[in-house]
Design a protein around this ligand. Structure first.
Ligand SMILES: Cc1ncc(COP(=O)(O)O)c(C=O)c1O
Length: 448
């Protein structure tokens, strides 16, 4: 079921932020950490339904960000709310690290069914994306008895110390923390629009094989012998780095490298997973089967849950090797099981169909505006990169457009250097997409 409401367009009745919002922001500034990477506009959420977000002053926005790709089924989907409520009335917590309850094997079985990993899988449950990545790192080290990792420039895998060692999408994420906790070498990500090897724009991924050459002929022959590498950690579509899909050829070549050298292929689907790209997982667009997958964000429709899914023979560590008090909490799992049911019953298809429609609309705007250099992505994981006349990233313009959209009632968020990401709830309709495109068009016109 896709919730629909009578709301058709955003309504902005106050200045932004409004008087109630300003109070919350002032309190927040006093009592809450300043480290959150909030954008230039200030949204103070009050309640939300479907694709509509209402702030504390009664302004209603069309949400094309979904709490950063989390509310996959839309805000407060009635079936999710019902599943959570039912579960909360019977069992909220019993610590799956020490006791049993049926929810963990139920979700583990479902993930075994849907994750594109060869053979049977086992799952470790956590509370967030970063934790799911930490689990993958520990598991790969444990299984291979190796310590080095390879990750990609532009990647984002979280901010805990292990995950931070992999992360490289923004300077601010690492600044001040200096030495990294684990041994990671970063390699260029195949970013077709801005080829890291200066080979121009090929569009078919062939020049991106430079990334593979870099790993095999530079890293492996110098600083990073393959027999010391535990895992290659990769986003099939880079998220925070700019919504950049990795060409399937490169993913296939990385799979081959991993096979040849006994390295774990770890695919981070925290942002790209759970239907967002028009398939359940982004890696499925390439046909590649990873050894370990990291999931979070969209899997719980807003409840905090992370999962690391691995081949059963890989997840064979000893009792006590890894666990989490809250991970796999029954209420979060109830939300995840219902989320997957809704995804399978139409929302993945909707992400593909309406995502294609939205992309077509964005491509139309690219023809209209020279400042749009690239429109890319899959399903409802779309990036629009803004450029200056000389082709350099138009960072300030992107930021202005982001704020202007908000002032007109459209919530979108930047990523990468000068890209706007579209990551709406997967229930977005074509009618919603038309409204969003209209506002985006007006904002670009007003901001250039
Ligand atoms: C690909 C990817 N991995 C990991 C993370 C970290 O997730 P969390 O913020 O839940 O720790 C994110 C968050 O944006 C992400 O996009």
């Amino acid at each position: 079921m896709i919730p629909t409401t009578d709301v058709k367009r955003p309504t902005i009745n106050t200045e932004l932020p409004g008087p109630n919002a300003r109070q919350v922001i002032a309190e927040d500034e006093k009592y809450v950490t300043p480290s959150y990477p909030r954008p230039d506009y200030k949204l103070v959420a009050d309640h939300a339904e479907g694709v509509w977000m209402t702030d504390v002053d009664g302004n209603t926005f069309l949400d094309c960000n979904a709490g950063v790709a989390v509310c996959s089924t839309g805000h407060c989907h009635p079936e999710i709310v019902e599943a959570i409520t039912r579960q909360a009335k019977t069992l909220i917590h019993m610590c799956g690290t020490d006791y049993y309850y049926r929810h963990m094997p139920d979700l583990g079985r479902k993930l075994n069914e849907i994750c594109p990993i060869e053979g049977d899988t086992k799952t470790h449950f956590a509370n967030s994306g970063a934790e799911a990545v930490e689990t993958a790192l520990k598991l790969a080290m444990y299984h291979t008895k190796r310590q080095k990792f390879i990750s990609f420039f532009g990647s984002f895998h979280g901010r805990t110390l292990g995950a931070l060692s992999l992360t490289s999408s923004k300077r601010a994420q690492r600044l001040g923390f200096m030495r990294q906790a684990i041994d990671v070498t970063h390699v260029p990500y195949s970013y077709c629009y801005r080829c890291p090897f200066n080979l121009g724009k090929c569009d078919d991924g062939t020049c991106c094989m430079g990334t593979v050459d870099w790993i095999e002929n530079r890293l492996f022959k110098t600083t990073t012998p393959p027999e010391e590498v535990a895992g290659i950690v990769i986003e099939a579509v880079q998220g925070e780095g700019g919504y950049v899909p990795m060409p399937p050829e490169v993913l296939k070549a990385i799979r081959e490298i991993c096979d040849r050298h006994g390295i774990m292929m770890i695919v981070d689907e925290v942002q790209s997973g759970m239907g967002r790209t028009g398939k359940m997982f982004a890696i499925e667009h390439s046909g590649v089967k990873p050894d370990i997958m990291c999931l979070a964000k969209g899997i719980g429709s807003g409840l905090p849950i992370g999962a690391t899914v691995a081949k059963s023979e890989i997840m064979s560590w000893h009792k006590g090797a890894h666990a989490s008090t809250f991970g796999g909490n029954p209420v979060c799992i109830a939300a995840a099981l219902k989320t997957i049911e809704l995804l399978e019953n139409g929302l993945v298809d909707n992400a593909r169909e309406v995502g294609d429609y939205l992309k077509e609309g964005l491509r139309g705007l690219q023809e209209k505006y020279d400042c749009i250099g690239d429109v890319r992505g899959l399903g409802m994981m779309l990036g629009v990169e803004f450029v200056n006349e000389d082709g350099s990233p138009a960072v300030e313009l992107r930021d202005r457009i982001e704020v202007d959209c908000f002032n007109r009632g459209l919530i979108i968020l930047g990523c990468g250097t000068s890209t706007i990401r579209w990551s709406p709830p997967l229930i977005l309709t074509k009618e919603n997409a038309d409204v969003a495109l209209e506002i985006f068009d007006e904002s670009i016109a007003a901001s250039i």
